[in-house]
Design a protein around this ligand. Structure first.
Ligand code: ADP
Ligand code: MG
Length: 270
């Protein structure tokens, strides 16, 4: 039977070559309106995000990172402008089609892990796979593989309250991976973690972008992200300030000292 979701173009992995534009953001603005005024959260953002890259959206609190993240991740719609992911023109899709895109092509990681407290790690991850229509058994097999990939093969049957913050975030990464997404979006994934644990999470993300060819986009103000990013998009008051390629990254002494890890600039950029 043909449904709404069978009609949308497929976004198979490999359909867009590594290094080619996978996500095209064009003239995106977002205005939140209130009874007594409005907030211009994004102002005319245009950028291409490349297949297989690790991009950090960096900026102070309130600068529009999460709003841009939501636009790229089909979680919210722009007031004006367009977002295209490969052959998919997001503003033209129905809400059912957008749900299909979110479930099958994009993995999400949030600051607060968002795990279901009554379910084990295995069931938390498997559930995301069950939503795509596969059997429980098959979903658990995939979930087990992903949990092993993030180093949690020995925590399959633990519930969230029986795991540390870093372990819970790794469960969330496994859940984001279980449907083999082309894109992984992480909004402040290290904000609740200590320096070392946050670093481990970033390293897992970097590894995934290299080995699985997943395009990784993080919204963050964690300067630890800089050393793993292929590019850094600096956002200020809802507009792109500038974009640094990895080789152009300049980090001021204040930023380094705020890391608290005692790293030198050279060590940081290694
Ligand atoms: P960041 O993630 O960089 O901290 P956000 O994207 O969350 O910034 O917010 C950007 C601006 O938009 C802020 O001024 C914020 O208050 C406003 N904003 C974000 N989401 C909403 C919303 N749902 N309703 C109203 N204002 C919002
Ligand atoms: Mg935010």
């Amino acid at each position: 039977m043909e449904t709404d979701t069978t009609k949308i173009p497929k976004l198979e992995k490999g359909a867009v070559a590594r290094g080619e534009a996978l996500i095209r953001v064009r003239n995106v603005s977002k205005v939140f309106k209130f009874r007594k005024g409005e907030v211009h959260a994004l102002r005319n953002i245009s950028v291409d995000l490349m297949c297989g890259e690790y991009l950090s959206i960096m900026g102070p609190s309130g600068s529009g990172k999460s709003t841009l993240f939501n636009m790229i991740g089909a979680l919210d719609v722009p007031t004006s402008g367009t977002v295209q992911i490969g052959p998919l023109d997001l503003p033209k899709l129905s809400s059912r089609q957008l749900a299909y895109v979110r479930c099958n092509y994009i993995g999400y990681i949030f600051q607060s892990y968002n795990l279901l407290p009554s379910l084990t790690a295995l069931r938390n991850v498997a559930l995301a796979r069950v939503y795509t229509g596969v059997s429980d058994h098959e979903a658990e097999e995939s979930a087990k593989r992903c949990l092993e990939q993030v180093g949690l093969g020995n925590r399959l049957h633990h519930r969230p309250d029986e795991m540390s913050g870093g372990q819970q975030q790794r469960v969330a990464i496994a859940r984001a991976l279980v449907n083999d997404p082309s894109i992984l979006l992480a909004d402040e994934p290290t904000a609740n973690l200590d320096f070392k644990t946050g670093g481990d999470v970033i390293n897992i993300l970097k590894e995934l972008s290299i080995t699985n060819g997943v395009t990784i986009i993080t919204a963050t103000h964690d300067h630890k992200m800089l050393k793993n990013s292929d590019r850094v998009l600096w956002i200020r008051d809802g507009a792109i300030d500038h974009i640094d390629n990895r080789d152009d990254l300049h980090i001021d002494e204040g930023a380094i000292s705020s890391l608290g890890g005692g790293e030198t600039l050279e060590e940081l950029l290694k």
